[in-house]
Design a protein around this ligand. Sequence first.
Ligand code: 9Z3
Length: 324
Amino acid sequence: MASFSAESYFATQAPPPDLEQLVDGVREFVDRHIQEGRRIVLVTSGGTTVPLELNVVRFLDNFSAGTRGATSAEYFLAQGYAVIFMHRQFSLQPFSRHYSHSTNPFLDFLEFEEGRDGSNGTPKINVSASQTTHLAQVLKAYKDVHTKGLLHTLTFVTINEYLYLLRSISKELNRAKRHALYYLAAAVSDFFLPTQKMSEHKIQSTKGSLIIEMDQVPKILRPLVDEWTPEAYIVSFKLETDQQLLIPKAHQALQRYGHHLVIGNELHRRKFEVVFVSPSKAKPGKFEENWIRLQDGQTEIEAGIVQQLVLRHTEWLEATTNAL
Ligand code: 9Z3
């Protein structure tokens, strides 16, 4: 199995055709918020796919509904951040997630007003008293955010689109310096098939079993931290299904990439508890862990995660400003 460096990856895999246009939108968004003195967070959300054919019929997917990213984006907006929300196409999005087709289908809010002739008549919106308060809150936040231009949304599907977008956005966001925060919650493929090795057409079943050797996706956090956006506050997520691995894997990531924080979560407990792993201030070379758990009366753990993160970003900004 080959392992690509970030450099060899971008030298051999073609960029998505609409990349430049997407980056223009990000540039305009970043510059406006820098001018207005706002902090900017990049939230990545949802899973990346790995196509197996050039004319893609089959692909490998990464698990993620996009709940973590979409929910966190709302809390960042509530804390005054401008949000670049880079998500898997059709995964959950801030605000609309409350009324997604599976959790709260829009059609359930419509009713027929009976016509005079006894026919079905015209559909009317019917929101019950118990639903009104919540709907009004969501709608108000949504309208405010859009009127003020605080949310910029971009989509990816494949790992290739994700990697190119992340690189391009980070180069733009670099201008926000330490006011930029990265919240890398997307579930990213570890393996991929380079286009040079892909079959052009649909893989045929006539040969019996299918053996595919994939290459390793480059570890993108290293150039992100060292080259593309060296001044920002960078938070990555670590997903494991074996709870015992969470903390050692988080240590390994911090040692390798030298970023600020890893948020560890175990697949089945991710909605109830996560662990913040970061370099220890008191003991250089060591790490510290802080568990964040869903509190009584809270419905979403992201409230606690984002609150804690904003505190850390603020403290770090103050400490690094004083050190200058
Ligand atoms: C996460 O760990 C996210 O918290 C989840 C959120 C994907 C579990 P949902 O969207 O789930 O709310 O359903 N994201 C990061 C996963 C990841 O790919 N991390 C890489 C790794 O673990 C490192 S960047 O190796």
